[in-house]
Ligand binder design. Structure first.
Ligand code: FES
Length: 128
């Protein structure tokens, strides 16, 4: 580990460690009361879809890939939402077919599912 320390980038700080996961997916499974004005991903089926994605990733025997459940990602109106790192690409998805397409196109092949991608300008929570 010490051999990895000491290198500095152009900003004068130490280089970041290597990625622990090649792909790290966070799927919001937050729940709110039914009358909450922003709604929530759980009410739109996010838990089942996240569990499905995790199971499918396991079937693919993907290495260095983690499919995590997360709390609210603050884009509730666009949910269910997920964000994939290290790229920071967001998706809004609805079905198992959407999950399959994201998994096979983005996670496995490194592509993008344009029709499901969320842009920073997409309406949701106010920008911070
Ligand atoms: S409840 Fe899922 S983004 Fe807020």
């Amino acid at each position: 580990m010490d051999a990895q320390r000491g290198a500095q980038n152009a900003n004068g700080r130490s280089e970041d460690p290597a990625l622990y996961y090649r792909v790290h997916v966070f799927c919001c499974v937050n729940e709110r009361p039914a009358d909450h004005p922003r709604g929530c991903c759980l009410a739109k089926g996010s838990q089942e879809l996240r569990d499905y994605m995790k199971a499918r990733a396991k079937e693919h025997k993907l290495r260095q890939v983690r499919i995590n459940a997360s709390g609210c990602l603050d884009r509730c109106e666009l949910g269910p939402t997920m964000v994939i790192y290290p790229e920071g690409v967001w998706y809004g998805y609805r079905t198992k077919e959407d999950v399959d397409e994201i998994l096979e196109t983005h996670v496995v092949k490194g592509g993008r599912v344009e029709r499901l991608m969320l842009q920073p300008s997409d309406k949701g929570a106010p920008a911070k």
